[in-house]
Design a protein. Structure first.
Length: 256
């Protein structure tokens, strides 16, 4: 179900939306035993779930454990945690929660976001729900796993050299690294401040656009213009792609 559709359902039937949020949070805890996508779940009460109105009401999201979440430790991939108890809240989380999105918890990551394997010597390996023997890639593997498995509607990651985009690609979903300054970095631990940016992971392009409309509504008009251009790899690069992958690529391009 798209984010837009879930918000619409929440507006039409808040009681049902609240019950769905609670059910999904409980299901995520069960699923996490096999996937290792979450490091910690955010404490919730039934009264708080899906009560707030807003452009993201009825949705559930996760945050890579490099974002400050009030009342929770921030590991940044380390044990003991980098921050034992966060009193502050990352700016991007605050925007999303103020719009009614419910935070499920913090997700697994490579140590200090410095590698792209989706493994961590303290917390173990994130498992791909579709091909468990394949690398989940990282360092936003937990966020991508939670989205791909349907545990959450969308998730936050961080991206310096591909941590959001690679993880999303490995799971067959969509990842976006914001251009410099597009999404607020306050409250996000960064390994390389000159390169790191918050990123969004969601099932589809429409979901990413909807999220950007919520986070930065005054700065994404080019994304919504019917006159945008799509740049494709040159012929020489396309010749390196296997025939089966080329068929999938051609199909995707035809649907754009």
């Amino acid at each position: 179900m798209s984010i837009r559709e879930r918000v619409r359902r929440s507006a039409e039937n808040p009681g049902l939306a609240r019950a769905e949020v609670i059910s999904r949070l409980e299901q995520a805890r069960v699923m996490n035993g096999a996937l290792n996508a979450f490091l910690r779940f955010y404490p919730y009460t039934e009264g708080a779930a899906a009560e707030a109105g807003g452009t993201l009401s009825g949705t559930v999201f996760a945050a890579k454990d490099c974002f400050q979440i009030p009342g929770m430790p921030l590991t940044y991939g380390f044990e003991p945690p980098l921050v034992a108890y966060s009193s502050a809240e990352a700016a991007l989380l605050r925007i999303l929660r103020n719009e009614g999105a419910f935070l499920a918890g913090s997700t697994s990551l490579d140590e200090a976001c410095l590698t792209s394997y989706g493994t961590n010597r303290h917390f173990g390996r994130t498992v791909n729900p579709f091909l468990s023997e394949r690398s989940p890639l990282g360092s936003s593997s937990g966020s991508a796993s939670a989205v791909a498995a349907g545990m959450v509607d969308f998730a936050l990651g961080s991206d310096s050299g591909g941590s959001v985009r690679a993880s999303a690609a490995a799971w067959g979903i969509c990842g976006l690294k914001g251009s410099s300054g597009l999404l607020p970095c306050d409250g996000m631990v960064m390994a390389f401040p000159e390169f790191d940016e918050p990123g969004l992971i969601a099932p589809g392009i429409d979901d990413l656009i909807y999220l950007l409309n919520t986070c930065v509504p005054d700065r994404i008009e080019p994304l919504l213009s019917p006159d945008f251009e799509i740049l494709l790899p040159c012929k020489t690069e396309l010749e390196l792609i296997s025939p089966s992958m080329m068929d999938d690529f051609a199909l995707t391009v035809s649907e754009l």
